[in-house]
Design a protein around this ligand. Sequence first.
Ligand code: NAD
Ligand code: TYD
Length: 339
Amino acid sequence: MTKILVTGGAGFIGSNFVRLLLERGGTEVVNLDALTYAGNLENLSEIEGEPGYTFVRGDIRDVGAMDAVFAAHRPEVVVHFAAESHVDRSVLDATEFVQTNVVGTQVLLDVSRRHGVGRFVHVSTDEVYGSLGPTGRFTEDSPLQPNSPYSASKTASDLLVRAAYHTHGQDVVTTRCSNNYGPYQFPEKLIPLMIANALEGKELPVYGDGKNVRDWIHVRDHCEAVAEVMARGRSGEVYNIGGDSERENLHVVREILRLAGRGEELIRYVKDRPGHDRRYAIDPTRMRDELGWRPKETFESGLEATFGWYVAQREWWERVRSGAYRDYYERQYGGRADA
Ligand code: NAD
Ligand code: TYD
């Protein structure tokens, strides 16, 4: 049984990753999460109490708390998802982004080294490469040219991970993935926001001309890729992960309206995001050739399934939107001190 500590396991991708590990078996999972606005333990309520799964509430910026968690749980592997993840929030205030994404990552690297963690998997983003013109795709050798405070903070964390490898010989590996969609995504990101608004008959706010392109990947495919990198990725390397599914935002929004049986009159063009990256596209050749990984989901079937999930789980996102999900921790853990 390998003991894996997953940071940010109550968030969108982290909770899907924890579920994947537990389905596969053979690992013990410690889910470490501060439960910020984006952390929702209801995402994992069905596995609460399962053998081999432990939740610990803790903040990755807090060195003392991290030392105590690592001493108590002795993880062999760390998979680091915890981050402030929303570009628009970083435009409003970048402070938490620097503290969690940059300082928090360094704290985790140091604590992992002190406690003899074997492998440290750092989950990053294609946004560190900046914006593309109409052609070309990001490879692992593309220059790092982040444009938003969010992507700048992720780039800083990637460089600290790189430095830990070169300076301390730490066993680290970094993944850079394109835009994810799927179950349990917080409805501030494009796809769940548009689905929820379409289902409620509200306007769908499209930034700028709607022609920005994102390269979409189903969260399950991303999680399987991270598991491959964790098991077999080369130490010190970077692996780009993408779904080969470039789509213009307007195309995505129209598909959602079609699935919801709503008309285009709900589309509302709003002021563009400052510094809005035009196009992202990932070249996942290294993942394919070295690790034999390929995405399984196509964008069209994945979007339809995700739409179906949000229809069926209306209560989940209504509770997120109303803030009621935040009571779950108190109910489940009764205000108990961190496990
Ligand atoms: P999310 O916002 O849904 O979840 C982030 C989680 O981290 C939350 O559970 C939150 O409570 C936790 N967290 C935040 N600050 C913390 C702190 N100081 N200490 C401990 N926990 C803290 O994010 P997500 O979309 O699941 O993204 C997960 C990771 O994947 C991030 O590192 C992100 O940069 C990266 N990523 C995301 C995407 C995407 O499309 N969502 C694409 C590529 C990479
Ligand atoms: P988002 O989901 O915030 O991901 P990211 O900015 O990290 O790629 O946004 C995806 C795209 O959708 C991006 O081009 C911005 C655009 N967008 C809108 O047009 N309207 C919205 O309300 C949101 C949240 C995003």
